[in-house]
Design a binder for this molecule. Sequence first.
Ligand SMILES: Nc1ncnc2c1ncn2[C@@H]1O[C@H](COP(=O)(O)OP(=O)(O)OP(=O)(O)O)[C@@H](O)[C@H]1O
Length: 265
Amino acid sequence: MNDSALELHGVSVRAVGRALVSDVDLTVRKGEHWVVLGPNGAGKTTMLSVAATVRHPTSGTARVLGKQLGKVDLRELRRHIGLVAASQRLVDESLLEEEGATAKTVVLTGHTGTSAPLWEQYGPAEHAKAEGLLADLGCKDLADRLFVVCSQGERARVRVARALMADPEILLLDEPFAGLDLPAREDLIEALEELAARPGLATVLVTHHLEEVPATTTHALLMRDARVLAGGPVDETLTGELLSECFGRPLRIDRHDGRFYARRG
Ligand SMILES: Nc1ncnc2c1ncn2[C@@H]1O[C@H](COP(=O)(O)OP(=O)(O)OP(=O)(O)O)[C@@H](O)[C@H]1O
């Protein structure tokens, strides 16, 4: 049985005459929790957008949940992919904001994978599920609040609830901690750690800070200059040596209770 959630083989994405990602190999198995780290412009979001089926590789092959991009009905495949991104590059929230959507409405749109609500497709079961997911993420009281007025931390958790609405087999998160204060960041990290209890769910988290890596993370991918510098189990990958090479300056790494901390080496 194929237990891989995501397989990239020699994936390159080129635009405007240059490689945004180059020759990336990555296999994420069901139940694994990956973090992707690397400097600005390293190609992290571009790589994730291939996994999210938002972009197609210029060369190489990408298989998501066993289906090869270019040979599969994307609408069907996307139903099984959860995507969390604060950046409009990956998830367009503008329509929801215009329509005066509440937090619960945003979560409901995860059921249909649409950027606007399709009310006829949301019955009592979907409403109950959306409320349950908001409660799981510690934002039960936000259900009726307008999404536009929610704080950045609240929005971040609502986005995760939205992505879980369709019971995804793979959850992709692009910088979900952007703009969060310390308590909001810690709440979201705790929520992500709780996802590890979902059997078989694979997650891939792109982030900028080592301090944001959940303790439940099993594997790490380091990217630099559009390429993979290193990838594998966290203990072997999030080392001072490799992170120093990745970010181009000496770094010392500490680990306490599963969480990572970086400082100048
Ligand atoms: N559509 C596009 N056309 C041209 N260049 C692009 C396009 N999308 C991204 N890029 C460029 O590709 C490179 C990689 O971008 P990407 O967003 O994948 O990096 P990243 O590692 O996620 O960076 P950051 O940490 O700053 O978010 C950047 O130099 C970016 O400017």
